[in-house]
Structures are given as C-alpha cells and as structure tokens.
Design a protein around this ligand. Structure first.
Ligand SMILES: [Zn+2]
Length: 96
C-alpha cells in the first residue's frame, strides 16, 4: 500500500472527537480505544466468492476497544479520513 492510501489521521481524529467525544465502550464500559491507521473495506457477501464490481465497497477504519475487543467501524469517507477520488476504481482503456 502506498502512502497515498493512508488515511488523514488528523481529520479522522477531529471527526471522532466531534462525534464520539469521550463515550465509553457500549460492551464493557471501558474507555481505552485504539484507532487504526489503515483503511479496510467491507464488501457484499457473495457466497464466499470475491466478485469484482459486485456492488458498493465501504471503506472503513476500525476503532478497537482495548479491553474487550469490541470494534467500531467508522466510514472513512464520512469521517473525511480519505477523499472520494482515492477510492474510485482506476479507469482502464476498456471503460473509456
Ligand atoms: Zn469494550
């Protein structure tokens, strides 16, 4: 993964501070979190097969509770951790 695919952590943390604030974990009530610095993706389940172009992909950043492992998936676009063009598929000659 190149540096271009790294999320903007300043924007992500700003978003989390604004929206999440200092709320404790809903599962264990602990308040110790780890914010991932990597963007992952959620795609539709297709019977265990990976289908390219098989629906929308959600770019997400996991935030883990350090006590119980509860993981909150924050949308990387909504939180402005990444910009939209960075997740658009690269155009190939076939698409033009
Ligand atoms: Zn927890």
């Amino acid at each position: 993964m190149s540096e271009d695919n790294k999320p903007d952590l300043d924007k992500l943390l700003k978003h989390l501070n604004e929206k999440w604030g200092n709320r404790a974990c809903p599962m264990c009530n602990s308040n110790s979190w780890t914010v991932n610095d990597t963007v992952y993706e959620l795609r539709q389940f297709q019977g265990g097969n990976i289908v390219i172009g098989g629906g929308p992909i959600y770019p997400i950043i996991p935030v883990n509770c350090n006590n119980c492992g509860n993981t909150v998936l924050v949308n990387a676009l909504v939180s402005q951790a990444i910009e939209k063009p960075k997740v658009e598929p690269k155009k190939t000659k076939k698409d033009e």
